[in-house]
Design a protein around this ligand. Structure first.
Ligand SMILES: Nc1ncnc2c1ncn2[C@@H]1O[C@H](COP(=O)(O)OP(=O)(O)O)[C@@H](O)[C@H]1O
Ligand SMILES: CSC[C@H]1O[C@H](OP(=O)(O)O)[C@H](O)[C@@H]1O
Length: 399
């Protein structure tokens, strides 16, 4: 019989006292539920002085933003905790530290990142964190290289693919990214004024063919242990610091999916900036986002290449030219998945604050239209773009 029960604030305090690993645990007295994501409960636990000290996250047996009509596996708490532990092993400087995990209660306790802010909110305000994209590139290179066939023994890799098989969470991505936006689906959600733009996606044969390929690779290419949902709302930043959280979509999939999701969220902000900031600041912000796209890819690719040169364990994959050949394929995938993130966040059910908070309705619709059009362009162009400067030129051409 499962011990699972949904935590109250009092339960979360008691749990943090027992399992938070703090030497002054009895000073923890109150909790506030701060979850603003689509799926789970998140409690900040405060001490007597009102300082937030530790965080307790619990999976609900359903999708929080929809309700009990959409049941969802509690197993996602294990997948999240174990993915974060694994990523922390390879990149502690850019991964939240998990202190404790409990399968029966679907709860994990983790370090409190209240000194940081969620990156998306900062991007929406036009606040720049100059080191963030370099740090994100480092996180992606370290976590994806060390969980790939370049590094892991083939037996160990296969055992991990099994341990991190994540069918229910992957199904959400499979549907929301690659199916719904290209069909007339009730979960889709976009302004009526964009009906013609969205209908055109359904009838674009080249686009549909590329999206089929992206979904097929998401199903079948177990290249590395992905974060699985590395958007700017899953990343905390502070001056000189970046930490990834929220890894419940973690599984072994195509490396370009993580890189492309991260790039896509920079470009969602790029599309939204004209609606968020005054003309001059928006133009500067957009230039900065394009530089961020460049820095993110180059840091990821250079660091992955260096790790492969230094640490590849498989003698065949260690052939000096091979990592370059592989990274070209990763760039193609990344551009495709980046385009699919732009489309699923505008046409599909799950939207982003960058676009949703634009106050002027006509401007908001223009920005969403731009994101859809850029997403479509990138998905179709991806197989023909073989370097980052061509990608940036293509983004500029699109407006
Ligand atoms: N370690 C943490 N420290 C401080 N706040 C956190 C931490 N983890 C999550 N949060 C807060 O909870 C919110 C939701 O967390 P998230 O992991 O994104 O939930 P979900 O899985 O529902 O998307 C975050 O946007 C952030 O405000
Ligand atoms: C029905 S889940 C929709 C959406 O929510 C997840 O994001 P988050 O956990 O950060 O709120 C993920 O991106 C899913 O695609």
């Amino acid at each position: 019989m499962s011990q699972y029960r949904t935590f109250t604030a009092a339960d979360a305090v008691e749990y943090a006292q027992r399992f938070g690993g703090l030497s002054d645990a009895s000073s923890l007295v109150t909790a506030e539920e701060v979850g603003d994501g689509n799926l789970n409960l998140v409690f900040k636990i405060f001490d007597r002085d009102g300082n937030s000290r530790i965080v307790v996250k619990q999976a609900l047996p359903y999708v929080r933003c929809v309700g009990e009509s959409w049941p969802l596996t509690l197993e996602r708490a294990r997948l999240e905790a174990e993915t974060l532990v694994e990523h922390y092993r390879h990149c502690p400087q850019h991964t939240v530290k998990v202190v404790h995990y409990d399968a029966d209660l679907a709860v994990m306790v983790m370090e409190d990142l209240s000194s940081h802010r969620i990156w998306r909110g900062e991007l929406v305000q036009g606040r720049d964190y100059p080191q963030a994209t370099r740090q994100l590139g480092e996180y992606l290179a370290q976590t994806l290289f060390h969980t790939s066939d370049f590094y892991l023994h083939p037996h160990e890799k296969k055992a991990r693919v099994i341990r991190f098989t994540n069918p229910e969470m992957c199904e959400i991505t499979e549907d929301l990214f690659f199916t719904d936006p290209y069909e007339d689906h009730p979960r889709n959600d976009y302004p009526a004024q964009l009906e013609a733009d969205v209908a055109a996606l359904r009838h674009d044969e080249r686009l549909r063919n590329e999206v089929a390929g992206l979904k097929h690779r998401f199903f079948s290419h177990a290249e590395a242990h992905l974060h699985g949902d590395i958007h700017s709302g899953s990343i905390f930043v502070a001056e000189g610091s970046l930490k990834a959280i929220d890894a419940e979509f973690g599984y072994f999939g195509p490396v370009g999916f993580d890189v492309g999701t991260a790039l896509g969220n920079l470009l969602l902000n790029y599309c939204a900036l004209p609606g968020l900031l005054a003309t001059r600041e928006a133009a500067d912000g957009r230039e900065q986002r394009l530089q961020d796209v460049r820095t993110l890819w180059l840091t990821f690719a250079e660091r992955f290449q260096a790790l492969a040169t230094e640490k590849s364990r498989d003698r065949t994959l260690a052939w000096p030219d091979y990592v370059g050949t592989y990274l070209k394929k990763v760039l193609t995938d990344s551009i495709g998945y980046c385009g699919s993130e732009l489309i699923r966040r505008t046409v599909g059910m799950s939207h982003v604050a960058d676009l949703e908070t634009i106050k002027d309705e006509a401007m908001r619709i223009d920005c969403i239209r731009h994101a859809i059009s850029l997403g479509k362009t990138l998905i179709v162009a991806a197989p023909h773009i073989d370097n980052i400067d061509t990608l940036i030129a293509r983004i500029r051409q699109n407006g």
